[in-house]
Design a protein around this ligand. Structure first.
Ligand code: NDP
Length: 501
């Protein structure tokens, strides 16, 4: 079985360059998509401007009705969508279904909560401004550009798309060159229930198409991908002061404390590290285990991981590596760990058989190894023995990344979670936060900034609009040249009385 990258673009009869989307399991062509040029992207953004006006004027109730209708179309066509996701990524049917269940849940949450989170509300004017009424609302930005990855080609971009739409924006989406069909499917299904204007458009192509979106005049750019590309996106957006949201993945730790349920921790580590072939931005990559339970934990991890096999069948434990060049990254990290004195207790370099990588569990890996410092994005785990949970926290926090983390402890879970420098933590489970639509998702450091999901995720695609209205004249008015110095003395006295104690 061979693994191939999307084919070199060819020009079709209509003069447009096209590229093929391939099934990474077989190399079979699934479809052809346009390589959108800079002008194509600008045209999409121009069309999105009119769509944004229409969409904003629908108001929260009008938008909710359309987004709810979209959710129902997606549910009705779930099997078809799952087959497409599995074909473009190679992921198992169940991994694709899990992804789609989360898409539906988030779409529902965003549409339902947008009015309460973003709608106009009164704000207390405070003691000094008692004669004014104050209101706040969050208005749509206009047109939001979304650049998405291939690992969760529906769930990850929908963390931006659903929330941006619910906030009243039109969206232009550039999917990964490995999963263009998923983007096209999303836009087409929304078009079925919003036929009037293209509130979600897709521009397919390669990195240059994404780069063109950054400079196309969008009002915000939401990017998910590597830290290196995230920096390029931010630099390109800086020229026009276009705000950015950057979600760049991580090197997420899992901590097993002395008082952990060791069996549950081993189960969480193996699933969190290996599901979706390890191609999860918040997947488990580093595991720090307290000395007291290390041997028991490692034996369980080895037993579980050895039973898992990748494959192209619908019921395989996990699928291939979607992006061919990622295999080289995984290989180099495993090789680096072994060269620096690490040991493979499950698999090894021989586990890497493109397009599949079998589970690899590494121990005794020095902290300087790329297997510890860089995102591997493969079905690998680095398990490290530490004295206790406190040392585990220190080692976990030593990474440049800070996306998510997991803690297994019967009594100290939340205390240890509070000490971790990262955006999200699951206690006694892995990745649970991603399935709670009300919780913001995003990281710190090299994992990026800004948040998708939850109230923060809605506000990320809106701007605050504050209004005061004078209701009656105040006894003291310092904001006039008629005020006299007595007024200011009274104001200062009032401030002292109010806040001096
Ligand atoms: P990239 O960061 O290269 O690509 C992510 C997205 O950005 C894709 O849609 C890509 O388009 C687009 N893009 C590429 N270059 C530019 C540019 N100059 N300007 C604007 N957009 C651009 O990630 P890869 O897919 O190559 O994966 C590399 C690594 O990134 C992985 O090994 C993994 O570590 C990390 N990653 C993290 C993800 C996460 O969930 N946080 C998701 C995916 C990857 P195209 O695909 O067409 O090149």
């Amino acid at each position: 079985m061979t693994q191939t990258a999307p084919t070199t673009p060819a020009r079709a009869d209509d003069g447009q360059r096209r590229f093929a989307s391939l099934d990474p399991r077989t190399g079979e062509v699934i479809g052809h998509h346009v390589v959108a040029s800079e002008e194509d992207v600008r045209e999409a953004v121009r069309a999105a401007r009119d769509a944004a006006v229409f969409w904003a004027e629908l108001g929260f109730d009008g938008r909710r009705a359309r987004l709810d209708a979209w959710r129902k179309v997606l549910l009705k066509r779930l099997d078809e969508f799952q087959v497409l996701i599995s074909a473009e990524t190679g992921k198992s049917a169940d991994d694709a279904r899990t992804e789609l269940a989360l898409v539906i849940d988030h779409l529902h949450w965003a549409a339902k909560h947008a009015p309460k989170v973003l709608g106009k509300r009164k704000v207390s004017p405070g003691m000094l401004m008692y004669n004014h009424a104050a209101t706040l609302e969050y208005r749509p930005l206009g047109v939001v550009g979304v650049i998405g990855p291939w690992n969760y080609p529906a769930f990850t971009p929908m963390g931006s798309i659903a929330y941006a739409l619910a906030a009243g924006n039109a969206v232009v989406f550039k999917p990964s060159e490995f999963t263009p069909g998923v983007g096209v499917f999303l836009a087409a299904t929304l078009g079925e229930v919003v036929p009037e204007f293209p509130v979600l458009q897709v521009v397919t192509g390669f990195g240059e198409t994404g780069a063109a979106l950054c400079t196309s005049g969008v009002d915000k750019l939401a990017f998910t991908g590597s830290t290196a590309t995230g920096k390029k996106v931010m630099a390109a957006c800086a020229a026009s002061l276009t705000p950015v949201l950057v979600e760049c993945g991580g090197k997420d730790p899992l901590i097993v404390a002395e008082d952990a349920d060791v069996r549950a921790a081993a189960d969480g580590a193996v699933w969190g590290g290996i599901f979706n072939s390890g191609q999860t931005c918040a997947g488990v990559e580093r595991v720090y285990v307290a000395d007291a339970v290390y041997d028991e934990f490692l034996a369980l991890v080895v037993e579980k991981a050895k039973k898992l096999r990748p494959g192209g069948e619908a019921d395989a434990h996990f699928g291939p590596i979607t992006m061919p060049k990622q295999v080289d990254v995984i290989q180099s990290h495993v090789a680096d760990a072994l060269e620096r004195g690490g040991r493979a207790v499950v698999g090894g370099l021989e586990s890497i058989r493109p397009p599949y990588v079998e589970p690899v569990v590494l121990v005794d890996v020095p902290d300087e190894s790329t297997a510890v410092t860089e995102e591997t994005f493969g079905p690998t785990l680095v398990v490290t023995r530490v004295a206790d949970a406190d040392e585990a926290v220190r080692r976990a926090n030593s990474s440049a990344f800070g996306l998510g983390a997991s803690v297994y402890s019967r009594n100290r879970g939340e205390e240890l979670a509070d000490k971790l420098r990262c955006g999200m933590v699951s206690v006694n489970s892995v990745l649970a936060y991603a399935s709670v639509p009300g919780l913001p998702f995003g990281g710190v450091g090299d994992s990026g900034f800004g948040r998708i999901h939850g109230e923060d995720g809605l506000r990320e695609f809106a701007y605050a609009h504050s209004v005061t209205r004078k209701r009656f004249g105040a006894l003291l008015n310092p904001m006039t040249y008629d005020r006299g110095s007595r007024t200011i003395r009274h104001v200062v006295r009032l401030v002292r009385v109010l806040y001096g104690r």
